[in-house]
Design a protein around this ligand. Structure first.
Ligand SMILES: Nc1ncnc2c1ncn2[C@@H]1O[C@H](COP(=O)(O)OP(=O)(O)OP(=O)(O)O)[C@@H](O)[C@H]1O
Ligand SMILES: [Mg+2]
Length: 322
């Protein structure tokens, strides 16, 4: 079991970034350091945390939790769609098949909450081209999950809502591919919700990235992680909803709330530094989601993530010698 003392002891050893030689060209996203060469990418999930499109700092064991959770989920859904996973040389590293990514993020939602709720309430949820039911209440469940696509912005820019009609009109994705991608998204989401519920959680909404490799649609990036998804505790959802109380969340909303409530930060200007207490609190939350979803205890060793990754990559022949 990972005690708070262990999480605290890991603070100076977190992985902020990793510089590797001979693995390929580096693309540093907000969370992942991606080294690509030819048709494969060595994707390292660092311990960086981002919110409102800003990188805020690092969280102990976050990269490992996310990478292992993604591997867990890909295994659970492998009958529904091909995924990009080729190899798992280290708990924070996934070697993947490089795909041509669709320029759209497929966001699918089971409930009206978060940014959609804010837009709906302000009468600004029109960009998705969806006829929203009238009189929805915050955190209400939809009759069936709804896809609210967004454009995949370049680094440093914000993703923007877009409608299906606009995606097709602009030719961002062909009609056939869009049909397939959304069908797959609905199936993945249903599987995800069923599994989460069997583990006492509600998978509220999530974001999929998909691409095409060797002529086939593949699910890429991460899947059903607390970075790409919202999770609520299932127990007591109805009572909280009836009372209009906040849901118990186990996802990135925790950091957003801390930024807004404690620092009035919602994406403009310079984000406040994360205190060590908040970093440990967030590590707890990430580990809690991992343990609930997998039913396993999360166990890892305190120490340099960078050295461990380099050792594992070298042992498995991913680093150029010399
Ligand atoms: N199999 C794949 N083939 C090609 N690109 C992929 C694949 N899997 C993931 N990616 C891309 O690799 C990057 C992963 O890095 P990360 O998740 O940190 O990025 P991000 O901050 O979410 O997005 P951004 O690219 O806007 O920085 C993303 O741009 C993602 O779209
Ligand atoms: Mg990403």
């Amino acid at each position: 079991m990972m005690t708070d003392d262990m999480l605290r002891a890991q603070l100076p050893h977190t992985l902020e970034k990793i510089d590797l030689q001979g693995v390929g060209d580096l693309y540093r996203g907000k969370v992942r350091d991606n080294y690509s060469r030819g048709d494969r990418i060595v994707m390292i999930t660092t311990d960086r945390i981002s919110a409102f499109d800003h990188v805020l700092g690092t969280i102990p064991f976050k990269g490992e939790v996310l990478s292992r959770l993604t591997a867990f989920w890909f295994e659970k859904v492998k009958d529904l769609a091909p995924t990009h996973v080729l190899d798992l040389p280290d708990p924070s590293v996934m070697v993947v098949k490089r795909a041509k990514a669709l320029p759209i993020e497929i966001v699918i939602r089971g409930y009206v909450t978060g940014s959609l709720w804010r837009d709906y309430q302000a009468g600004k949820a029109g960009a998705y081209g969806i006829q929203w039911p009238v009189g929805l209440r915050k955190d209400q469940k939809f009759d069936r999950p709804i896809i609210t696509p967004s454009t995949k912005a370049e680094y440093g820019k914000h993703d923007e809502p877009i409608s299906e009609a606009e995606i097709l009109k602009q030719g961002l994705v062909s009609p056939e591919l869009w049909k397939e991608a959304t069908t797959v998204a609905h199936r993945l989401f249903q599987r995800g919700q069923e599994w989460a519920l069997s583990r006492g959680l509600i998978l509220v909404d999530t974001k999929y990235e998909m691409g095409v490799a060797e002529g086939k649609l593949v699910v890429i990036d991460e899947i059903h992680t607390p970075d790409s998804s919202r999770y609520w505790i299932a127990d007591g959802y109805e009572e909280r909803f009836a009372k209009g109380a906040e849901q118990e969340m186990l996802d990135k909303e925790n950091i957003r709330q801390w930024l807004i409530k404690e620092h009035g930060f919602s994406g403009h200007g310079k984000p406040p530094p994360l205190t060590d207490d908040v970093r440990v609190m967030l590590a707890r939350k990430y580990i809690e989601v991992f343990e609930r979803l997998t039913g396993e205890r999360f166990v890892s060793a305190v120490g340099s993530v960078e050295e461990r990754i380099k050792r594992n990559l070298a042992a498995k022949g991913y680093l150029a010698r010399g």
